[in-house]
Design a protein around this ligand. Sequence first.
Ligand code: CS2
Ligand code: MG
Length: 404
Amino acid sequence: MTDQIERVDVLVSSPTRNYVTLRITTADGIVGLGDATVNGRELSVASYLRDHVAPLLIGTDPSRIEDTWQFLYRGAYWRRGPITMAAIGAVDMALWDILGKRAGLPVYQLLGGRVRDAVPYYSHAFGWDIPALLESVAEHRELGETYIRVQSGVPGLDKVYGVSKNPNYEPAGRGARPSEEQFEPGVYMRHLPKVLGAVREQVGPDVHLLHDAHHRLTPTQAARLAKSVEEFDLFWLEDVTPAEDQEALRMVRNASVTPLAIGEVFNTIWDCQHLIENRLIDYIRTAVVHAGGISHSRKIYALAEVHGVKAGPHGPSDISPIAMAASIHMAASTHNWGVQEYMGYPDLVHEAFPHAWSAADGTLQPGDAPGLGVELNEDILTSESYKTAYLPVARRMDGSVLDW
Ligand code: CS2
Ligand code: MG
């Protein structure tokens, strides 16, 4: 076969932060790219790909995308989990990229064509106090954004998720050990309604506001918080409890009509199934890279569509522009779409991964380059080597570990 897979490379690099990139090359020279980045565990995915996946792909037919997915998922015997599913996700993205390039079509066309003219995104406004947050929100409004996530500092806490002194917020700190942060739910829960009230007053009723509680509350605390912010009409309240305790959300659902989003730490449809089938959420947050790629994400979104749930994929700067491309192609062609998270990237990341997709005035466009429409700048990627970095660990004031 002239179009079989001839070469598989795994590139681990760190243009401002660590990324794991899979490159599959066919015998007739077509290159497919996939993102395999799992923030803080990049080397594990790189090894899974290099040691257990790449050798199995050599000589196979890249057009057998679903069969390759099933082979890598079921053939490993041990399944699910962020490392396995990011590795499979990267292969899947790369094979769709190759198919698009061979067909001369952008991936969204292969997925059924456009269902929307532009893909709305939300980015991150944050500030250590309410005045600083309001200033940040105003800056995002000036960019034409109509979906804005708002995160603020909490009085008495010197570090809080989602708030940074660096405009390019990267939660993973470089170093041999994770940093530790203290957090106390009570003071946060009392402060959030003041924050959201001030933002809602500034932007008016038509701007979509989002907030990420980042896994930290008990079910009862989550129910109380969701009820306390109902009047501010959030687009969604995210990760209000640890996602794996899915039945917990029924308490939140019963207490409030604040829309709920969860799932960025999920990696298969089976993780999402209970929440979706019981309509315990409004938006499913799985990212294409972490949930087995395009092929598996399509199945999650289809299950969601049946139950009135929409996609709202995770899209921080710790998924690479390749996975962002895949997500935007899916967003352009998936009916039940809520909003795409898009934090933006430092200039060096855009230079390391030249891409056809674009962001402007609060919306994203996939571009019409064949495949995913992303290239690699190998000079940058080879000059910026991996640097050990970990996401923080949170502890309560009594020293016990809390979800960060
Ligand atoms: C956050 C992420 O964007 C979000 O919704 O939950 O920033 C998350 O903290 C990071 O992706 C973790 O690497
Ligand atoms: Mg989140």
